[in-house]
Design a protein around this ligand. Structure first.
Ligand SMILES: NC(=O)C1=CN([C@@H]2O[C@H](COP(=O)(O)OP(=O)(O)OC[C@H]3O[C@@H](n4cnc5c(N)ncnc54)[C@H](OP(=O)(O)O)[C@@H]3O)[C@@H](O)[C@H]2O)C=CC1
Ligand SMILES: CC[C@](O)(C(C)=O)C(=O)O
Length: 340
C-alpha cells in the first residue's frame, strides 16, 4: 500500500512567524482559510471587490487586493477558478512574487503550462479530495476530507514540510494524505469528475429518472428513487465500502445489483471512459475548456440553462423545501462562481 500521511507526520511549526495569503474565497477558499485560522495559522485573503470580499471580511479576515495579499505573504495559495488563474497570476500575483511559496489545490494550470512559475518559488499543491463546503463542514465536525499533495519545485528544501503542514492545518491529515505528482493529480481529478463523480453520475441519475417518468411513473417517486436515495446508499459505501452497503440493502436489491449493474455500465461504457482519459492525457479536454472560456462560454452557458430547467431539478427543489433537515451548502455560501 502507498504511504499515507496523518496528523503525526506533520507539524504546524512551519507556519510560526509566517503569513498565508489565500487568493479567492469561494468553495475551497473559504474552507482553507477558516480551517487554517482555527488551526492557529495567520491567514489573509486576496480578492477583487465583490461578494466574496464582503463575506471574507464578515468572517473576520483582513482582505486585500490580490497583489497586496501576495506581497504581504510567505505562502500564496491560489484558489481562484482554474480558468481565471492565468490572467490573475500574470497581472497581479507574478509582479508581487519574490520568494513566496506558490500553492494550488489543482494542478491544471501548471501541468498544462498556462502558468509558468518563477524558479525562485517553491511550487506545490494540496488538493482536498472533496468539495470545499465539505472540507469546512467535516473540519467543524472534528473530521476531515483526504487530500493529495505534490511538489513541483522545491527551492528551499522545505516544500514537503509546507505541504504536510498545510494539509494538517486544513484538517486533511485527519483523513489521510497521499503524495502524487501534478500530472497524476490533474489527470485523475479531471477523469474522476467527468466520468464518475459529476458527469457520469448526473447522466446516470437523469437517465434513470427520465426512464421512470417517460414510462408514466410519478416524477416525485422517480426523484426519491433515483436521486434522494442515492445519497443514503453512497453514505453506506462511504462508511463501509460496497460490502457495507450490500449488508444493509435487501438480498433482492443485491441480486439486482449483481445481474443488472453490468447491463447498465457495459464494456462499451468502459471503452468510452478510456477515450475520455486519453482526451485528458493528450490535453484535448484542457484545450477545449480554455477556448470555451476565451469565447465567453457559449456552450457552457447554454447547457447550464437547459440543465437547470430539467424536471428533476424543479421537482427536487419542491420536495427538498419540505425537508429542512437537508443541509444546503448554497444557503450558507453564496460566494464563488458555483461552476466547480
Ligand atoms: N470546488 C471544489 O470543491 C474544488 C476545487 N478545487 C480547486 O480549487 C480552486 C478554486 O476552485 P473553487 O473553490 O471551486 O472556486 P470558486 O469558483 O468557488 O471561487 C473562486 C473565488 O475566486 C474569486 N475570484 C474569481 N475571479 C477573481 C478575480 N479575477 N480576482 C480575484 N478573485 C477572483 C471569487 O470571488 P467573487 O465572489 O468575486 O467571484 C471566489 O471567491 C481551483 O483550482 C479548483 O480546481 C480543488 C478541489 C475541489
Ligand atoms: C468532483 C469535483 C472536484 O474535483 C472535487 C470537489 O473534488 C472539483 O474540482 O470540484
Amino acid at each position: 500500500m502507498a504511504k499515507m500521511y496523518y496528523n503525526g507526520d506533520a507539524s504546524l511549526g512551519y507556519f510560526e512567524g509566517k503569513t498565508v495569503a489565500v487568493i479567492g474565497y469561494g468553495s475551497q477558499g473559504h474552507a482553507h482559510a477558516l480551517n487554517m485560522k482555527d488551526s492557529g495559522v495567520n491567514v489573509i485573503i486576496g480578492l477583487r471587490q465583490g461578494k466574496s470580499w464582503d463575506k471574507a471580511a464578515e468572517d473576520g479576515f483582513d482582505v486585500y487586493s490580490v497583489g497586496e495579499a501576495t506581497a504581504k505573504a510567505d505562502v500564496v495559495m491560489i484558489l481562484l477558478p482554474d480558468e481565471q488563474q492565468t490572467k490573475v497570476y500574470n497581472e497581479e500575483i507574478k509582479p508581487n512574487l519574490t520568494s513566496q511559496a506558490l500553492m494550488f489545490a489543482h494542478g491544471f494550470n501548471i501541468h498544462f503550462s498556462q502558468i509558468v512559475p518563477p524558479s525562485s518559488s517553491d511550487v506545490l499543491l494540496v488538493a482536498p479530495k472533496g468539495p470545499g463546503h465539505l472540507v469546512r463542514r467535516t473540519f467543524e465536525q472534528e473530521a476531515g476530507v483526504p487530500a493529495l499533495f505534490a511538489i513541483y519545485q522545491d527551492v528551499t528544501g522545505e516544500a514537503r514540510e509546507l505541504a504536510l503542514a498545510y494539509a494538517k492545518a486544513i484538517g486533511a491529515l485527519r483523513a489521510g494524505a497521499l503524495e502524487t505528482t501534478f500530472k497524476e493529480e490533474t489527470e485523475t481529478d479531471l477523469f474522476g469528475e467527468q466520468a464518475v463523480l459529476c458527469g457520469g453520475l448526473t447522466a446516470l441519475v437523469k437517465a434513470g429518472f427520465e426512464t421512470l417518468v417517460e414510462a408514466g411513473y410519478q416524477p416525485e417517486l422517480a426523484y426519491f428513487e433515483c436521486l434522494h436515495e442515492l445519497k443514503l446508499i453512497v453514505d453506506l459505501m462511504y462508511e463501509d465500502g460496497m460490502a457495507g452497503m450490500r449488508y444493509s440493502i435487501s438480498d433482492t436489491a443485491q441480486w439486482g445489483d449483481f445481474v443488472t449493474g453490468p447491463r447498465i455500465v457495459t464494456e462499451d461504457v468502459k471503452k468510452e471512459m478510456k477515450a475520455v482519459l486519453t482526451d485528458i492525457q493528450e490535453g484535448k479536454f484542457a484545450k477545449g475548456w480554455i477556448l470555451e472560456n476565451q469565447a465567453n462560454r457559449p456552450v457552457f452557458n447554454a447547457i447550464n440553462a437547459r440543465e437547470s430547467e430539467h424536471l428533476i431539478e424543479t421537482v427536487g427543489k419542491e420536495l427538498r423545501s419540505m425537508m429542512p433537515f437537508v443541509k444546503s451548502s448554497r444557503k450558507k455560501e453564496v460566494v464563488g462562481s458555483g461552476q466547480k
